[in-house]
Write a new protein. Structure first.
Length: 243
């Protein structure tokens, strides 16, 4: 547990240094703990260290950990691929879905929220690396998509999310984040009703500095806090993860 505490210290230092370098206010960047495969106990420890935002990729995991984390006042986001048959349950636990990437999903979320008489924050996921293995909208489809979904008043559109390219070549990774920022600007210029484009969720353990430099407001960090996971990320990120 000391390692989690120490890792959090290091991450906050990295965020602070990146903000200083980019001339940004450190309060404008939130740390989201990416907690897939991490036990409720270890998550609880991170929350005791002062963290307040977690993100899960699977509804099953959210559900299993929920009851063990009730004593903590923490915000939960959904950051994984969401199947339509899991919407009802996901909505029970999270305040924001960061992985909105298709219309049928939006329609079903809207139906459910209409029924419950409430609304939710969402981010639109964009595939900025153009990898087939990744979920998210093709960049050219983002504006038409947002125009369509802006008509659903159960959704509060807050911004965009992306998973950057996995590469040790910083320039290639940076290109992904810069593209997300550019799309954000283009959406803002469209002046679409009911659309708030303030949030950019991008950057993970290996590339959060670059993401902050390009404008991230949420960085999602797992490995650098909780250590390596036993499942490959493909289990969570692409078709293999559809159970
Ligand atoms: C796992 C995951 C992360 C965190 O990745 P790390 O490299 O472990 O920091 C961020 N975003 C999403 C969508 C994830 O699934």
């Amino acid at each position: 547990m000391d390692t989690v505490k120490n890792n959090l210290f290091i991450i906050h230092k990295r965020i602070k240094t990146a903000c200083e370098r980019a001339n940004r206010d450190v309060n404008d960047v939130r740390l989201l703990l990416a907690t897939k495969t991490v036990s409720a106990e270890r998550i609880g420890f991170a929350l005791e260290c002062g963290e307040s935002l977690i993100g899960e990729n699977k509804v099953q995991e959210l559900k299993e950990k929920e009851e063990k984390l009730t004593q903590y006042n923490c915000e939960k986001h959904y950051i994984g691929h969401l199947q339509t048959n899991k919407i009802k349950e996901a909505l029970r636990y999270v305040t924001c879905i960061e992985s909105i990437d298709r219309l049928d999903l939006v329609q079903k979320i809207d139906q459910r929220l209409q029924f419950e008489g409430r609304s939710i924050d969402i981010l639109v996921q964009v595939n900025t690396s153009y990898e087939e293995s990744k979920f998210g909208l093709d960049p050219i489809n983002v504006i038409p998509f947002i125009k369509k979904i802006s008509k659903y008043d159960t959704l509060r559109i807050k911004g965009l999310m992306t998973i950057g390219l996995f590469s040790t070549e910083e320039e290639k990774v940076r290109r992904c984040f810069r593209l997300l920022k550019k799309i954000q600007q283009q959406v803002i210029e469209e002046n679409i009703m009911n659309v708030d484009m303030t949030q950019l969720s991008m950057g993970m353990s290996g590339d959060l500095e670059v993401a902050i430099d390009e404008g991230a407001t949420i960085v999602r960090v797992g490995t650098a806090i909780f250590g390596e996971r036993i499942y490959p990320d493909s289990y969570y990120w692409n078709e293999m993860g559809r159970s």
